[in-house]
Design a protein around this ligand. Structure first.
Ligand SMILES: [Zn+2]
Length: 376
């Protein structure tokens, strides 16, 4: 029997998330916490849920959603973050000289202020500017009035792009220009891209992908055998402990391999891709128990895959640390989708720090699952 978990949003009668319901819920949480602070404690998962739901329900390109999520998780490489990680020695904003936190560069700095002043996004009663962008989003969610959250996300994203352009190319746009570009971007996306993109995406599966231990990278691998076409497909997805994409691969092999050979080859391909990306601490995860056990050395590989397994083990020995993990296919969704997608590619396609369109929804779902913890 095949039981599939599904995800429902408890705040609307039909169980489908709407931005409005997420927003109402956010305001309700704020009211509960009134008298203590203007924003919820980040440890309060139920309150944070409203924010993550809002972000992932935005109808805009996933790179923008991922950006906003990273901004709220304090995972952007702001100067303040880099200084804390001892990568750089000072955290002065390139535009104004103040300390460059996510809240500063995306809300408090002069170009940001100029851009937001052209929009309806305002925070009342703001004493000192928020250090974290999460605070900005929280305060905005709690303030009254209808809001165009897609416009908000795109404006923040363009402000960050502008920051990078200042930092690395010495070129700066003014706030008004950025606001204008954001408006145009959202209009164009709504007009053209949205209907197509929604149709093109396969439904994600709602089981849980688990991130690797801190500092390690998870290499999810899978294979698909297309008997009629006498070929097979390989899918590899590599993410860090925050669920961010490091690399992905989709490869068609025009050989009539069996499932076991294809799965073993997928694992080897994943290991090699991780190596090529310079990742030295990996967890290889696949849904073929036989192949995973053979890689671990806990069973002797059958003759059909012996050479491939030995080759993979040779590669693994060069890594600083490595682990092998077996998961159910449902928890290996992204690699599975990529392997199935191989029929439509020519040879091999590799994405570096980018998400293949065919697995965008799946990757988002995996990240949401990370934020909410394991399903009960
Ligand atoms: Zn500044």
């Amino acid at each position: 029997m095949n039981l599939v978990d599904s995800q429902v949003w408890a705040k609307t009668p039909n169980g489908i998330l709407s931005v409005k319901s997420a927003y109402i819920e956010a305001v309700r949480y704020l009211e509960v916490s009134k008298g203590c602070e203007d924003r919820p404690g980040c440890s309060d998962a139920s309150r944070m849920e409203a924010i993550w739901k809002l972000i992932w329900s935005l109808k805009c390109p996933s790179k923008v959603k991922h950006f906003l999520w990273r901004a709220c998780k304090n995972a952007l490489p702001t100067k303040q973050c880099l200084m804390h990680r001892k990568v750089i020695k000072e955290d002065k904003c390139d535009l104004c000289g103040e300390s460059e936190s996510s809240g500063h560069i995306l809300w408090g700095c002069k170009v940001a202020k100029e851009a937001w002043s052209e929009t309806k996004f305002k925070i009342d009663r703001l004493g000192r500017p928020p250090k974290d962008f999460l605070d900005v989003l929280w305060l905005l969610m709690a303030s009254s009035g209808e809001k165009d959250w897609e416009k908000f996300a795109v404006t923040a994203w363009l402000l960050w792009n502008n920051r990078n352009s200042v930092r690395f190319r010495g070129k700066c746009k003014n706030g008004k220009t950025i606001e204008g570009e954001a408006r145009k971007y959202v209009e164009e996306f709504r007009g053209v891209c949205l209907p197509e993109r929604q149709e093109a995406q396969p439904a994600p599966c709602f089981n849980q992908w688990t991130p690797p231990p801190q500092g390690m990278y998870k290499v999810n691998v899978d294979a698909a055998v297309f008997k009629e076409q006498r070929c097979c497909g390989i899918g590899v997805v590599i993410r860090n402990d925050k669920g961010q994409m490091m690399g992905a691969l989709c490869k068609k092999i025009t050989l009539p391999w069996g499932v076991l050979e294809a799965e073993a080859k997928a694992a080897k391909t994943g290991i090699l891709l991780a190596w090529d990306l310079g990742l030295k601490d990996i967890v290889v995860e696949g849904d073929s128990q036989l192949v995973m056990n053979a890689l671990k050395g806990s069973v002797i590989p059958t003759l059909a895959i012996q050479k491939i397994v030995e080759g993979s083990q040779g590669c693994l020995s060069h890594f600083k640390s490595w682990r092998i993990a077996h998961v159910r296919r449902n928890n290996n969704g992204a690699a599975h989708l990529l392997a199935r997608n191989a029929l439509s590619v020519d040879g091999c396609v590799i994405w570096v720090e980018d998400t293949p369109p065919v697995i965008e929804l799946q990757i988002q779902n995996d990240v949401i699952a990370m934020d909410f913890g394991p399903y009960q």
